[in-house]
Write a protein that binds this ligand. Structure first.
Ligand code: NAP
Length: 245
């Protein structure tokens, strides 16, 4: 499959890291399905940027916390571009809470979006992708920190890492690679929401580079993992975090 004829689904690509991944893949000539849940204007703006630069993209609404959304999203991507060669499981949520304070809806929401949705999308990819396919899952460096308050979030991301290692072994015979990227703190809505400026400064200082990660820092790694050059890399978790852990 030549790089120009490939199609990617990037979940949660209306904002933040996902939007930057969509732009980077489009710059490689990949046709991109820009998935979103509640921000049609932002998703269409990402599509417009890509098409204005000569690329191909379409915005597709799918609330991935709904079980049927995974196969619907693949159906829509195939109807638009013919086949899916790259899946980036990027959409995610994080609500911090000690486990003692976790409400049922909060537990269900983390599992539905951060774990069940990527699992269903990986299932669809396993059934539909051909040789040369690429799956990249977004984990988080907090998986290795065991910090109080991060239990629900870190548990779902640890689950994603387990799925990554196992699916890599299942899909190797089909010529498909499966990897994860685990960012440290990245300056998006996701990370900044509810944090004081002083706390953000403190977190920056904890990093050897003295700054937060940017969506571009992460998108570059995803772009590489989806490239032909990364064909012998599978079952790996790349901790893209400036060396903080
Ligand atoms: P973000 O800026 O909050 O963007 C989240 C994206 O997910 C948006 O495009 C949003 O779409 C989409 N989304 C939310 N709920 C959805 C649903 N039910 N169905 C489909 N899409 C949905 O987040 P981010 O910082 O870019 O994070 C992206 C990924 O990186 C996440 O998996 C996160 O866990 C991981 N990560 C982030 C950091 C960080 O510090 N930022 C660190 C480590 C790992 P709408 O705009 O339509 O709501």
């Amino acid at each position: 499959m030549s790089p120009e004829n490939r199609t990617a689904i990037v979940t949660g690509a209306s904002r933040g890291i996902g939007a930057e991944i969509a732009r980077h893949l489009a710059a490689d000539g990949v046709s991109v399905v820009v998935n979103y849940a509640s921000s049609p204007g932002a998703a269409e703006a990402v599509v417009a940027e890509i098409t204005d630069a000569g690329g191909r993209a379409v915005a597709v609404r799918a609330d991935l916390s709904v079980p049927a959304a995974a196969s619907d999203l693949f159906d829509q991507a195939e109807a638009e571009f013919g086949s899916v060669d790259i899946l980036v499981n990027n959409a995610g949520m994080m609500q911090l809470s000690p486990i003692a304070g976790a409400e049922d809806p909060q537990i269900d929401a983390h599992v539905a979006l951060n774990l069940a949705a990527p699992a269903r999308l990986m299932r669809e990819a396993s059934r539909r992708m051909g040789a040369g396919g690429r799956i990249v899952n977004l984990s988080s460096s907090v998986v290795g920190l065991y910090q109080p308050g991060y239990g629900l979030y870190a548990a779902t991301k640890a689950g994603i890492e387990a799925l990554t290692h196992i699916l890599a072994k299942e899909l190797g015979p089909q010529g498909i690679t499966v990897n994860a990227v685990a960012p440290g703190p990245v300056g998006t809505d996701f990370f900044l929401a509810g944090k004081s400026e002083a706390l953000v400064e403190q977190i920056k200082k904890m990093n050897p580079f003295g700054r937060l990660g940017t969506p571009e820092d992460i998108a570059r790694v995803v772009r590489f993992l989806t490239s032909e050059q990364a064909g012998w890399i599978s079952g790996q978790v790349i901790r893209a975090n400036g060396g903080v852990i």
